[in-house]
Ligand binder design. Structure first.
Ligand code: ADE
Length: 238
């Protein structure tokens, strides 16, 4: 998979993409992540990418030209008026107006060979970008951040870790449990007793059937307590 990220803050991405699982995935050749500076496509020597809004009003609006030019240059094909239909690429824009991301969506994005992520500042983007350049608008929650950079990083992290081969099978089991609309069960490690606090006997019993049952029940109880909405979702699915 290739992920192209367009941003006016390329340096924000480097430390995050250069560590841990995302770094490992790139080193293994399972994903290629390219960062592009939107200002390089400004079309003017001042590298200005925004202008005041037609009709007046506060704040600046992101101009269409740099965004169209950046995407067209990255993909090597025209966005408008000659956009290819049924392309196996997807252009995602991060905005609080987008669909709130859940694990199921992340899984759906795996089918694309190539994703272009536009991480812009929220103040305003020219509507023609929204209509003719963007395929999907994504939000990471009902709160407003100062830009789409952090949402883009959240998206990349969630996506890259489910690319087959990126994390070990032990970790993927945990992931599946979230897909079941259940939160994770409690974990314990050494020592068996810490300041008088004991590890539940069942986990030390060696009885794998019993342990599995205990974990299932605890996962259900925890989900019911912390996220009753997930239990409701699960009920509707069955
Ligand atoms: N840009 C600003 N806030 C955002 C959010 N909550 N999700 C996605 N993009 C954003």
């Amino acid at each position: 998979m290739i992920i192209d990220i367009i941003t006016i803050f390329p340096n924000m991405f480097k430390p995050v993409l250069g560590e841990s699982i995302i770094k490992r995935a790139q080193n293994k050749g399972l994903v290629k992540i390219n960062i592009y500076d939107l200002r390089d496509y400004s079309g003017n020597i001042h590298k200005k990418i925004d202008s005041p809004a037609f009709g007046g009003g506060p704040g600046m609006v992101l101009r269409p030209e740099p965004v169209f030019k950046a995407i067209e240059s990255i993909l090597g094909e025209s966005l408008y008026p000659h956009k290819k239909k049924n392309s196996k690429k997807n252009i995602v824009f991060f905005t609080p107006q987008g669909k709130i991301l859940v694990q199921k969506d992340i899984k759906r994005f795996l089918k694309y060979q190539r994703l272009v992520l536009l991480a812009a500042r929220y103040e305003g983007i020219d509507e023609r970008i929204r209509k003719y350049a963007i395929d999907e608008e994504v939000s990471i929650g009902d709160y407003v951040l100062s830009g789409g950079e952090l949402p883009a990083m959240v998206f990349v992290d969630a996506l890259v870790r489910i690319i087959p081969g990126v994390v070990s099978s032990r970790e993927s089991v945990l992931r599946e449990s979230f897909e079941n609309n259940l939160l994770d069960y409690p974990h314990y490690t050494k020592p068996r007793e810490f300041r008088g606090l004991k590890v539940p006997d069942v986990l030390l019993s060696g009885d794998h059937k019993k342990i599995k049952e205990w974990r299932k029940i605890r996962a259900y109880e925890i989900t019911k307590l912390k996220r009753p909405d997930l239990i409701e979702k699960k009920r509707k699915q069955t």
